[in-house]
Design a protein around this ligand. Structure first.
Ligand SMILES: [Zn+2]
Length: 417
């Protein structure tokens, strides 16, 4: 065998087990594996999980925070304009360099699958999508990257974007994006959804839209997206991110929309740390949290995932490409703190996100890809609390990253202040 992880504690199981990997795939999970492997890792009863999956991140904008001018008006509008300034001139190689640094940061944190959004529109043309396609090729052996062709300035609002979107898909983008709520009218928002589905059909592509990313209860594109998904028979292939307006709807209408989302088989991707920062800015007290109805969606049986969204860009100044950090934010922002709920937030950055990206052979069963994380923690709660990277990140049976954390308390002994 290529690799055996010994005494691994899988989530939901009391007894440690050995996990054996051969030719890039998990071939054995047993209390004790008698064979020897070229490399062995003794997990010593610590937690072992499948890798993190980040279903939503804007890698074309990542780390612009290091070089951008200050946002003097401290508004979202100026953040958008700062991004335009870059998009008018930045070269493909610049995107690959910045995005590559984030991919490598993410691998150290255990993210082996990433859905990366590339702006497509008349401001930046196809440069971002070309950059992220080059990135996908460069890191193909390390990370599964899906590139989303994303119309950041709208389709009806940005004449020419529809043609560019088709070209982006023809270039090889994996997923078709959308931003219906950003259009000028409800009519245009529906037309936007229709255009995206037409292109999705042409390329047999999955759909991932940013939906109702606003506190405005009049923003109702999630309802139309759900109905469209049902009518197109596209269940399981559509994700909707943010959906902040769902939190602002009255409970009766919200329940109806959640029912439609469930029936349509749409994944909701909530990026709660970003929503906490960007939503509710115009509220006087009490200020809304801006998080979509995560608990209600989960209770209804909807697949809910969480992503990093932004890494040090004009929209958000932080981000370590750590899905463990994202999960911790989700626990706080969505009120998920009881033991079974902590397992749920871990699902949101692992198995639920993998379902959104339709990753094959994901898990820790024989037949799954030989990808896993060994944690310096006995369980999910401790991993979330400690916020340390995995001690070992394994892809295809090979250790691709490892982290050792050392800390020493220097004290003069009892009574030291
Ligand atoms: Zn986003």
């Amino acid at each position: 065998m290529q690799l055996i992880v010994r005494r691994a504690r899988r989530r939901g199981t009391a007894e440690p087990c050995d996990i054996g990997i051969a030719e890039g795939a998990i071939v054995a999970v047993a209390p004790v594996i008698g064979d020897r492997a070229a490399r062995e890792i003794d997990a010593g009863g610590r937690l072992v999980t499948p890798p993190f999956v980040n279903p939503h991140v804007h890698l074309d904008k990542a780390r612009l925070g290091e070089v951008m001018r200050p946002n003097r008006s401290q508004t979202l509008q100026e953040a958008i304009e700062i991004t335009w300034d870059f998009k008018r001139t930045y070269p493909e190689a610049d995107i690959v360099a910045r995005a590559g640094a984030v991919i490598e940061m993410g691998v150290r944190e255990g993210a082996l699958a990433v859905r990366a959004f590339a702006d497509v529109g008349t401001v930046g043309g196809l440069v971002p999508v070309r950059g992220l396609l080059a990135l996908r090729a460069r890191y193909a052996d390390l990370v599964r990257i899906q590139v989303v062709a994303f119309p950041q300035e709208g389709l009806l609002r940005d004449p020419g974007a529809e043609t560019l979107l088709r070209e982006a898909m023809a270039l090889g983008a994996d997923v078709i994006g959308g931003l219906p709520w950003y259009e000028m009218t409800d009519e245009d928002a529906r037309r936007h959804v229709d255009i995206v589905f037409a292109i999705a059909r042409e390329h047999d592509a999955d759909v991932h839209m940013l939906v109702d990313d606003t506190d405005d209860a009049n923003s109702r594109s999630l309802e139309y997206l759900a109905v469209k998904t049902l009518r197109e028979g596209y269940g399981g292939r559509v994700s909707a991110s943010h959906c902040g307006a769902l939190a602002a709807y009255n409970d009766t209408y919200a329940a109806k929309v959640i029912g439609l989302v469930k029936d349509a088989g749409i994944t909701i991707v909530s990026n709660p740390h970003i929503s906490l920062v960007l939503a509710g800015r115009r509220d006087r007290e009490p200020v809304r949290r801006g998080i979509t109805r995560v608990r209600e969606l989960l209770r209804a049986g909807v697949n809910v995932a969480s992503g990093q969204d932004d890494v040090d860009d004009p929209y958000y100044p932080f981000g370590r490409a750590s899905q463990l950090e994202v999960a911790l934010f989700a626990a706080h922002a969505a009120h998920l703190t009881y033991p079974d709920e902590l397992e749920t937030v871990f699902d949101m950055v692992t198995v639920n996100a993998a379902r959104a990206m339709r990753l094959p052979r994901y898990g820790l069963e024989p037949g799954c890809a030989g990808d896993l994380l060994v944690w310096d923690a006995p369980g999910v709660k401790e991993a979330l609390t400690r916020q340390r990277p995995p001690s070992h990140v394994v892809r295809g049976g090979a250790v691709v990253a490892q982290t050792t954390v050392t800390s020493e308390l220097i004290t003069s002994g009892a009574g030291a202040a």
